[in-house]
Design a protein around this ligand. Structure first.
Ligand code: ATP
Ligand code: MG
Length: 378
């Protein structure tokens, strides 16, 4: 596919809407169907979009609002991000935007009731219907959404309220505050291969020279393993890598590890050296396996994985060098130990691909040191 226009906007603009929203066809056609009916029969509908934070709620609602609504319905569209805004700011913004949409002059006001009245009057008097999106609904602003949802019923407008799973549970399950909505669209997390496609597409849209498939896979593996497959975390990682790539720097596994450090820090908390120490007190073979694996990753910085076949060949050579008997079952067991202890990880794409989370040079030094010590003691 020709992508003449690559721009970092796709990473740095939080309201960016990609040309294609991947793997949301079913949810999108549900929303679309419901709003289509409401337009044809002239009534207002209120919908809640929710999911775990970072799953793609904002982009979902904005895709519908900015791409589908203008294509299909002759409607006004208003998007307000309520995050970190007080009630007055949210209502002012609704008011500004509806006046802007309808081309009506606005009278300056700072009073909540006056602003709401102005908003209500203009929203009611439009020649066309309106779709409102209020993003990031929470405890502090749910009243505004409720008010808007109620108004929308009166004036045959429609709303989409967007909120994360936590707020959703709080606001809709509490008996006191039942939120006003007609239907909901839960957004599920993506599978590994879906997330991979999302990351790859975003790379193609934004990185001047792209990134290697290994790097895209590695980012996806880490986010699936450590951060619930959130596309947002992958985009954060790409944001950290973009300036390096733009300077012409080669993106190697070290760069990816540092770009994703925020999600893997908890894994670093338990001291790797302690861990290696315990598993390996009398386990020469496990240390040797770790050594061979890390040596390869240190040597080939741009390779983010080692496959089991290559690892095996390296171990055979090491065994020969050290005059140790090669026993396939021992190697398997050692590798299982390392995986079980979360020092080595299997890729979600293929069990054949192995990666590490700690810098391989540190693991390598530790493994070699301990192995030598063990050899001396014997
Ligand atoms: N299906 C998808 N196709 C393409 N890009 C996607 C898709 N889903 C999410 N993204 C991208 O993932 C990133 C995060 O999405 P978004 O900002 O919508 O998450 P969110 O759920 O609103 O997060 P928050 O909890 O922070 O509000 C964005 O860059 C978005 O474009
Ligand atoms: Mg959002």
């Amino acid at each position: 596919m020709v992508r003449p226009h690559r721009s970092p906007k796709g990473l740095f603009d939080p309201y960016y809407v990609p040309d294609k929203l991947l793997y949301r066809d079913r949810e999108m056609s549900t929303v679309n169907g419901v709003y289509k009916d409401s337009f044809e029969d002239e009534y207002g509908v209120n919908c809640l979009v929710h999911g775990i934070t970072g799953v793609g709620m904002t982009v979902f609602s904005r895709y519908f609002l900015t791409k589908l609504v203008p294509q299909q319905f002759n409607a006004h569209t208003v998007y307000v991000d309520a995050k970190h805004k007080d009630i007055l700011e949210i209502i002012s913004e609704l008011n500004d935007k509806i006046h802007h949409e309808t081309g009506k002059p606005i009278t300056v006001a700072f009073d909540l009731d006056v602003l709401w009245m102005q908003f209500k009057r203009t929203a009611t008097a439009t020649d066309r219907r309106t779709v409102f999106v209020v993003d990031n609904i929470d405890e502090t602003n749910e009243e505004v959404y409720k008010k808007l949802a109620r108004l929308s019923k009166e004036i045959n407008a429609s709303t989409i309220g967007v909120l994360n799973s936590h707020e959703y549970r709080m606001l809709t399950k509490g008996p006191a505050t039942q939120m006003a909505y007609d239907f909901e669209i839960p957004l599920d997390i993506y599978t590994q291969s879906q997330l991979y496609d999302i990351v790859r597409t975003r790379v193609e849209d934004t990185f001047p020279l792209g990134l290697t498939e290994e790097v895209v896979r590695y980012i996806t593996d880490l986010v699936v393993e450590f951060d619930a497959s959130k596309p947002k975390t992958t985009v954060e990682a790409l944001k950290a890598l973009w300036p390096l790539a733009a300077r012409g720097q080669e993106i190697d596994s070290d760069a990816v590890r540092s770009a994703t450090a925020s999600i893997t820090t908890f894994a670093h908390d338990n001291d790797y050296m302690d861990l290696i120490d315990t598993i390996s007190m009398n386990d020469f073979m496990t240390l040797l396996v770790l050594e061979a694996l890390c040596e390869h990753l240190v040597h080939y910085k741009t390779e983010t994985y080692i496959d089991r076949g290559t690892l095996n060949e390296l171990i055979v050579i090491k065994c020969e060098e050290l005059g140790v008997k090669y026993v396939a079952e021992d190697i398997d067991r050692s590798l299982q130990t390392l995986i079980f202890q979360s020092i080595v990880f299997e890729s979600g794409y293929s069990r054949n691909l192995l990666y590490v989370l700690a810098p391989p040079d540190i693991l390598y030094e530790a493994a070699v040191g301990l192995r030598r010590e063990l050899a001396r003691r014997k």
